[in-house]
Design a protein around this ligand. Structure first.
Ligand SMILES: NC(=O)c1ccc[n+]([C@@H]2O[C@H](COP(=O)([O-])OP(=O)(O)OC[C@H]3O[C@@H](n4cnc5c(N)ncnc54)[C@H](O)[C@@H]3O)[C@@H](O)[C@H]2O)c1
Ligand SMILES: N[C@H](CO)Cc1c[nH]c[nH+]1
Ligand SMILES: [Zn+2]
Length: 427
């Protein structure tokens, strides 16, 4: 990967330019606009046409039958089922800690105030499937939705020439998906946002995907809610002379292999380490089945920045706001307070990134493209909404009525003031 070495100010500029860039942004935007308009206009037929065009598949039915799901589960290797069950257990125990409670406050005499947390009625979960199958993303999407108590869980995923992977269907059964449709890309997002003859319109769309999926989610926001922009994967690693180059390279490649647009990034205070990691990347990438994808990601999106010291490394990494941040330093936990912007953080030499992708329990559906500045990992909070309520006795209202009518009249809203005063009219 390209090594850049400069002052912190210059590096901050260079990194901002690199990470703000989205390859072919205008073409992607145009393609996605057209797809959404066509799905609104032509429903299921548009979905079938796009599946033919992008995935080369003639779809007869969009919905996967329960019999197919049960058969796939029965044919899945027990080792895979056991791994999925263990992942489910860890994800469930972690996500349950995120549950927020409704509250009622009655401390003031005659006043009741509160907030009621309720699950969304229907959510659509996107499970990527263009160049790899993602059973793990099903667990990450569905488990928090189930814990929140969502009524209807609709999954969409691109169709595959030989049918959906058995592990994908087994994961859907283990997680408890209600219905599955084989449609992917921007067309899948449009179908969940607007509904078609077959696919129900939902309240919120969650889940990761490639640049077409991420762009479509941005465009349908407002028609439905979305979780975040979870686009092509990213990893930012902070390492020093005490890090092991082969491990740093292996973690970079773990995310580079997701997508040609994935972003592997290393920031270090040691030029020698930077060069050693580059050698390791060359050696290890050649051994990977998905080397073409990983190599493209490293060549076009990746970089190694060499800074003066580790404090500068954290300053630069906070500006990048990576999806995954790996602190490959001794006593890594000591640096937690320096981390301001990152989707998920992996502390220490043993916490290799795929630990979080599959098993530890924190969610792997995470903000990308610098949006970890303001978005959070997918969680139970994404699947609920809050409704607030108040109740006042006449006596309690009497105490506060003057403040209300004063504010109403300052805003020129006389009817607001009179509505309050009407409670005290003589009959
Ligand atoms: N951020 C996260 O939390 C997270 C988690 C898991 C995976 N990911 C990312 O998910 C992505 C998965 O990507 P993928 O491609 O394998 O699967 P995908 O399901 O996201 O996208 C595949 C679909 O894209 C559409 N498409 C492909 N080329 C197109 C074109 N030229 N025009 C219009 N539509 C087109 C097709 O409909 C295809 O089915 C990767 O980028 C990976 O890094 C992110
Ligand atoms: N690293 C991905 C999120 O960027 C999640 C994933 C699923 N499977 C493997 N990895
Ligand atoms: Zn991954």
């Amino acid at each position: 990967m390209q090594i850049i070495e400069d002052s912190l100010d210059q590096l901050l500029n260079q990194v901002a330019i690199r990470t703000n860039k989205v390859a072919n942004r205008a073409e992607v935007e145009k393609a996605v606009d057209d797809i959404i308009a066509n799905v609104i206009e032509n429903g299921d037929q548009a979905l079938k046409d796009y599946e033919k065009k992008f995935d080369g598949i003639d779809l007869k039915n969009l919905r996967v039958s329960q019999a197919e799901i049960d058969d796939a589960y029965a044919q899945t290797d027990q080792k895979v089922i056991d791994a999925l069950e263990l992942a489910k257990e860890n994800i469930t125990s972690f996500q349950k800690m995120e549950v927020e409670e409704s509250f009622i406050d009655a401390k003031k005499k005659g006043v009741i105030r509160g907030e009621k947390i309720q699950p969304l009625a229907a959510v659509g979960l996107y499970v990527p499937g263009g160049t790899a199958a993602y059973p793990s993303s099903i667990l990450m999407n569905v488990i928090p939705a189930k814990i929140a108590g969502v009524g209807r869980i609709v999954m969409v995923t691109p169709p595959q020439k030989d049918g959906l992977s058995k592990a994908v269907l087994a994961a859907a059964k283990i997680a408890g998906v209600d219905e599955i449709y084989t449609v992917g890309g921007a067309q899948a997002i449009a179908s969940l946002a607007y509904g078609t003859e077959t696919i129900p319109r939902v309240d919120k769309i969650t889940g990761p995907g490639n640049v077409f999926v991420a762009t479509a989610k941005k465009k349908v926001f407002g028609q439905v809610d979305i979780d975040m922009i979870a686009g092509p994967s990213e990893i930012g690693i902070i390492a020093s002379s005490q890090s092991v180059p082969s491990q740093v390279a292996a973690d970079l490649l773990s995310q580079a292999e997701h997508d040609k647009l994935a972003r592997p990034m290393l920031i270090t205070d040691d030029r020698e380490l930077a060069e050693a990691v580059n050698k390791e990347l060359d050696r290890q990438v050649a051994l990977l089945p998905r080397r073409a994808i990983a190599q493209a990601a490293m060549d076009n999106e990746g970089f190694i920045a060499v800074v003066d010291d580790i404090d500068d490394a954290f300053t630069l990494m906070n500006a990048v706001a990576p999806e995954h941040l790996k602190v490959q330093l001794p006593d890594a936990i000591e640096y937690l307070n320096q981390i301001k912007n990152a989707g998920s953080v992996f502390l220490g030499f043993s916490a290799s990134e795929p630990l979080g992708d599959y098993l530890a329990g924190p969610n792997h559906i995470l903000p990308t493209g610098g949006t970890a500045r303001f978005f959070s990992p997918l969680g139970v909070q994404d699947f609920v909404k809050r409704t607030q309520f108040v109740s006042y006795t006449k006596k309690a209202l009497d105490k506060e009525k003057d403040a209300i009518t004063t504010l109403a009249r300052v805003e020129g809203l006389e009817a607001h003031a009179r509505a309050i005063e009407s409670r005290f009219d003589k009959e």
